[in-house]
Design a protein around this ligand. Structure first.
Ligand code: ADE
Length: 229
């Protein structure tokens, strides 16, 4: 069964890039179906408003629960996972992407402003799998770009989407660290040579060199990923 993805947003145009490259091919081949929904279609007032001032005071606006309830009800089933991108969520990671890739139905609720009235999460949590997820320790202007990142990371792990699944095996060999550096032709560029070992044809030496480079890079760039840290 293909993975179904529904995205609810006030900026449907943000999702045009999903027609390109690997994500476009995944949809064309029928492995994934992605539908984008405009939250404003689910408002009932003349101004199609989606936000209001926060109870308790404070800066900014909060998205009202009413249109969100209507929009989510229009797509939800008991098989759905509701994903709410927020900097206050649990950190999205490769294992989470793999879980999402093996789901039946994902609904992304893209908030703007100071987020969505928390009762939307409270309402759906006893009914379906609900995940508040952050893509990193920085604040975006809304959940749309975070949703694009999570869809791309997850959809490439749907079986059949990658033409060469060997690349997933290589990625997983580096975990929990980061990947080794890559080189291609020409062998010399602006006086810089490709590391000799990669031209040697000695597969065991190449594997050892790559594992070392992966450790060096992880130590330098991501010491937080080293065992015991
Ligand atoms: N919305 C705003 N910032 C975000 C982040 N870092 N992750 C997910 N959603 C967000």
């Amino acid at each position: 069964m293909p993975l179904r993805i529904d995205v609810i947003t006030i900026f449907p145009d943000y999702f045009a890039p999903l027609q390109l490259s690997l994500m476009g091919k995944a949809q064309q081949s029928g492995l994934v179906t992605i539908a984008i929904h405009d939250l404003r279609e689910f408002t009932s007032d003349r101004h199609r408003s989606v936000d209001d001032t926060p109870y308790g005071g404070g800066a900014g606006m909060v998205m009202t629960p009413e249109p969100w309830g209507q929009a989510i009800d229009a797509v939800v089933t008991d098989q759905s996972t509701l994903i709410v991108p927020t900097p206050a969520g649990k950190l999205f990671s490769q294992p989470v992407a793999a879980e999402l890739a093996h789901s039946t139905h994902l609904i992304f609720a893209c908030g703007r402003y100071e987020g969505i009235d928390q009762r939307v999460v409270e309402y759906y949590r006893p009914r379906i799998d609900v995940r508040e997820l952050s893509i990193g320790d920085y604040v975006l202007a809304g959940g749309d770009v975070a949703t694009l990142a999570m869809i791309e990371a997850s959809v490439r792990l749907v079986p059949g989407v990658l033409g060469n699944p060997e690349s997933l095996v290589e990625e997983s060999h580096q975990l929990p660290g980061v990947e080794y550096p890559s080189y291609t032709k020409p062998p010399t560029w602006r006086g810089l040579d490709v590391p000799e070992v990669l031209l040697s044809g000695h597969h065991d030496q190449i594997a050892r060199w790559r594992a070392e480079q992966s450790t060096i890079r992880t130590t330098h760039n991501r010491p937080d990923l080293l065992p015991g840290s």
